[in-house]
Design a protein around this ligand. Sequence first.
Ligand SMILES: CC(C)(COP(=O)(O)OP(=O)(O)OC[C@H]1O[C@@H](n2cnc3c(N)ncnc32)[C@H](O)[C@@H]1OP(=O)(O)O)[C@@H](O)C(=O)NCCC(=O)NCCS
Length: 224
Amino acid sequence: MSSSPDESKSSNASDRGRENKSNVVIRRMTPADLYDSVDVHMNAFSGYMNTSIGKRYAFRFLEWFQARNDCIALVAELAGTVVGYTVGAEIGYNKILYRDLFWTVAFGAFAHPFALIHKGAVRQIKIRMLSLFGLIAPPPNISPDLKSPVFSLVGMAVSDKAGKKGIGTMLAKAFEVEAKARGAKSIRLTVYSTNMRARALYFAQGYSVAEVTNAEYLYYYKNL
Ligand SMILES: CC(C)(COP(=O)(O)OP(=O)(O)OC[C@H]1O[C@@H](n2cnc3c(N)ncnc32)[C@H](O)[C@@H]1OP(=O)(O)O)[C@@H](O)C(=O)NCCC(=O)NCCS
């Protein structure tokens, strides 16, 4: 990777100086970062469907992005500890991800049957299965303004103890720099409509809400 993600270490007025930037390093995720990143993920998304089928799925999910050269996987390290991560890829990644993680999801659901009573779980699984087998169209073009190639910021989290210090903002910026370096002309993402923290962060980073909506989540996008 170019040195671009490390540029987000530099001080910047919009980073508000809430965390001493020299203490935070944004860098590419390595295999050694996976366990810490999974812990951040499990805590940050506690109660969400994507953690309800267990740590093994979270590990395979993050490992999938970390191991592929065509994906973005960054971590934020504070005083030598991984306190945040972000992952993503060019849109179209999801079909391969669902195929590769099919058995992990199946075993996760089997081992955590209560996950299936999670609000929306069955619907999500159905959508993913249909999409995997090419039976539904890929996600809609959420806005006519969206420029191609489009990258998806698939996930981002910061541990509670390191939260509200600007690290989420640093990760979002680093993701953008990295996506741009890979040729992206825009970034899109989804956020649960109830997730006001994430919504505020993306809004502050210049993302717009697409008109296409869903009862549970909003689509955000940004042209680069
Ligand atoms: C969303 C998340 C990544 C933000 O990380 P963070 O390091 O706390 O973010 P920052 O410190 O950079 O804050 C950025 C902006 O978020 C908003 N924000 C942060 N904490 C907030 C809170 N408790 N309530 C409301 N807004 C909040 C603010 O607008 C803040 O900007 P400001 O300082 O100008 O007010 C983190 O809270 C998290 O991991 N949440 C759980 C997982 C998640 O929702 N991921 C994103 C969806 S994929």
